[in-house]
Design a protein around this ligand. Structure first.
Ligand code: ATP
Length: 250
């Protein structure tokens, strides 16, 4: 028997004020798979992640999480979000809370994990990701790279079935990017299922199991990085990769 997909997207359409932004997207994500969405600015990558997290209502099509439809209007969005983790470009940490409190807030308040247990798990995660001595710090005492690592730890502290990462390194200075990418690599090694949007092509190539190229709301091509980056089948994919190369962002 094949293992149940973590996520199945079928025929997904989304538009804003009559303009289609996602046009019939189909995508399956298997357990432990890392999917990277690439494409030009405005191609619909973030919108796709926002649809999965039910931050956007879809116009047509379905999304199933572990076999259950989450786009059914009767579904409680909060229950769905409990099973997902999402991290954005802006770290969005609560400034008045310590690192430890930022991380334990959702486990304690949403998942009803006892405080001692939540703190123990949070400290373990901080240790694992090289921030063991920062539990008592406040966000403004941390570098951007440290804040983003905390934001990722916060997202995985609730043990999500699927982690969505939306341009999580875009706001960082190049020397801080590397430490955030290290955290993502470690999560992949630990078997976390992830969908990430990124402009970091070399990282995408290194970490993705599947690369999806979106162009103007259409999923033009998907495949393993070795194929997409060295032997893309579609002219639009080749054009995009050439433009990325020329801009020196590879
Ligand atoms: N809330 C909104 N209202 C109207 N238009 C929107 C809204 N959100 C996104 N769009 C439009 O949808 C299109 C896709 O945006 P989206 O942010 O998904 O692209 P993206 O591929 O993630 O781009 P980037 O790489 O710059 O983050 C863009 O043209 C954007 O202007």
């Amino acid at each position: 028997m094949t293992e149940l997909n973590v996520l199945t997207i079928e025929g997904l359409w989304k538009g804003y004020r009559g303009r289609h932004v996602l046009k019939g997207i189909d995508l399956e994500v298997a357990p432990h798979e890392v999917v990277c969405l690439i494409g030009a600015s405005g191609s619909g990558k973030s919108t796709l992640l926002r649809c999965v997290n039910l931050l956007e209502e879809v116009d047509d099509g379905t999304i199933h999480l572990e076999g259950a439809e989450i786009t059914d209007p009767r579904v409680n969005a909060d229950d769905v979000r409990k099973r997902l983790g999402i991290v954005f470009q802006a770290f969005n940490l609560f400034p008045h809370m310590s690192v430890l409190d930022n991380i334990t807030l959702a486990p304690r308040q949403v998942h009803r994990v006892p405080r001692a247990q939540a703190e123990r798990s949070a400290r373990d995660l901080l240790e694992r990701f090289g921030l063991g001595d920062r539990a008592g710090a406040y966000p403004d005492q941390l570098s951007g790279g440290q804040q983003q690592r905390v934001a990722i730890i916060r997202a995985v502290a609730t043990q999500p079935k699927l982690l969505l990462l939306d341009e999580v390194t875009s706001a960082l200075d190049p020397e801080l990017v590397v430490e955030v990418l290290g955290v993502i690599k470690e999560l992949k090694n630990a078997g976390m299922t992830m969908i990430m949007t990124t402009h970091e092509m070399s990282f995408c190539r290194e970490i993705a199991d599947t690369v999806c190229f979106l162009d103007n709301g259409v999923l033009i091509e998907k495949g393993p990085p070795a194929q997409i980056f060295t032997d893309p089948q579609e002219a639009r994919t080749r054009e995009f990769l050439r433009s990325v190369m020329e801009s020196g962002r590879f």
